[in-house]
Design a protein around this ligand. Structure first.
Ligand code: PLP
Length: 399
């Protein structure tokens, strides 16, 4: 049967303790027990339905986690205080001293910096590869490799990972396939394609209002519980927990995610085809010119489209900056990092979100100075937006 992520979310019903249509917020960091024995058993992880301490879990965090697990079709999920708060403990739960990771070289700059600069201090080495070349990925696997790491749609180059093929490789070599699905919620369901762990920064499309940070790890109960272990669990011990007030607000925003993703995708597809027709170097997975267009198509849950992210090459950093400043002045969007807002956001990744990547490596992976990354907003009249953007491009000499 076709996987229906939005139906899975919609079918989850939670009521507040006084019949509220939203679940009550658990406004507590700690929980009482009627007996000392139950407290002991809860520490040991043996009591269902009892809460211990909110860094471990809280009712509000569990509600949001269940909704995200339903979206990805995994057994369970654990929310975190940020995307990095989900990514870093996942890497550290799977890998330790002497282990090796094969990672896509085009990933979010923070994750890249963690793998390149931070985990070597713990004896974990990473080989960065072009994730679209399966033979190169396989050749990089060694006896020490524990994980293949990638983003479904990569930040910022929008390369698309062939998750089914990578999952088969991971299985063959007994590795875990960990996929960051931040750019393509609902559109791609990595766990359904064989990924072992699916990560998100909730800060982006899933929350959608650029008012909070958040992250999630979606996986098997065995893996998620291992991260929550009070003895040696990376999430529990590193402590990047989400606050219950925030998980309650993210859950409410998730109720409209399917509507927003359709509109983000519709608007981005319209602008991408117009920009390309104008002769701009445009990258969008929905364009036939995208090298992985067919792979995305073969993986996608069609109704949500190819996502809200696109890039253009403005030719130079100066032109890119001039265009972004003019578009902001014209109220077409904001010159800001991040993504998934109602308003279009744009930035030049080479000098912002990917600046952790050394210049020569940026060049090698095709991250040019003039690259502008757009997170396309929810504009009702996208034709008007296009006309205004086109005028800005002409004014600064991008067209
Ligand atoms: N993953 C991707 C693809 C991202 O773009 C980002 C942030 O930009 C992150 C993870 C990190 O998430 P957060 O900023 O919520 O820690």
């Amino acid at each position: 049967m076709k996987f229906k992520p939005a139906n899975n979310i919609q079918d989850l019903q939670y009521f507040g303790e006084f019949g509220g249509v939203n679940p009550s917020i658990s406004d507590s960091s700690t929980y009482t027990f009627l007996s000392a024995k139950t407290m002991f058993d809860t520490f040991e992880g043996n009591t269902d339905g009892c809460y211990l301490y909110s860094r471990h879990s809280s009712p509000s965090n569990l509600y949001l986690g269940e909704a995200l697990a339903a979206m990805e079709g995994t057994e369970t999920a654990n929310v975190a205080g940020s995307g990095m708060g989900a990514i870093t403990p996942t890497i550290l739960q799977i890998c330790g001293n002497g282990d090796h990771i094969v990672s896509s070289r085009t990933i979010y700059g923070g994750t890249y910096a963690f793998l390149k600069n931070f985990t070597p201090r713990m004896g974990i080495e990473t080989t960065f590869v072009d994730i679209t070349k399966l033979d190169v990925v396989e050749a990089a696997i060694t006896k020490k490799t524990k994980m293949i790491y990638c983003e479904s749609v990569s930040n910022p180059l929008l390369e698309v990972a062939d998750i089914k093929a990578l999952a088969a490789l991971a299985k063959k070599h007994h590795l875990k396939l960990v996929v960051d699905n931040t750019f393509s919620p609902l559109s791609i369901s990595p766990a359904q394609l064989g990924a072992d762990v699916v990560l998100h920064s909730l800060t982006k499309f899933i929350n959608g209002s650029s008012d909070t940070m958040g992250g999630v790890v979606c996986s098997t109960s065995e893996f998620v519980n291992s991260q929550k272990s009070v003895i040696d669990g990376s999430s529990m011990l590193l402590g990047a927990s989400m606050d219950s007030l925030r998980s309650a607000s993210i859950l409410k925003n998730m109720r409209t995610l399917h509507i927003r993703m359709k509109q983000h995708s519709k608007n981005a597809a319209f602008l991408a085809s117009k920009f390309e027709a104008d002769g701009l170097k445009t990258v969008y997975p929905g364009l036939e010119s995208h090298p992985s267009h067919e792979i995305f198509k073969s993986m996608m849950n069609e109704e949500y489209g190819f996502g809200g992210m696109l890039t253009i090459d403005a030719g130079s950093l100066e032109k890119a900056n001039a265009l972004m400043e003019l578009m902001q002045e014209s109220n077409l969007g904001y010159l800001a990092v991040s993504l998934g807002f109602y308003k279009t956001l744009f930035s030049a990744p080479g000098t912002s979100t990917s600046s952790e990547i050394p210049l020569e490596e940026q060049k090698e992976m095709g991250l040019t100075d003039g690259l502008i990354r757009f997170s396309i907003g929810l504009d009702d009249d996208i034709e008007r937006t296009y006309k205004m953007m086109n005028a800005c491009m002409k004014q600064v000499g991008v067209l």
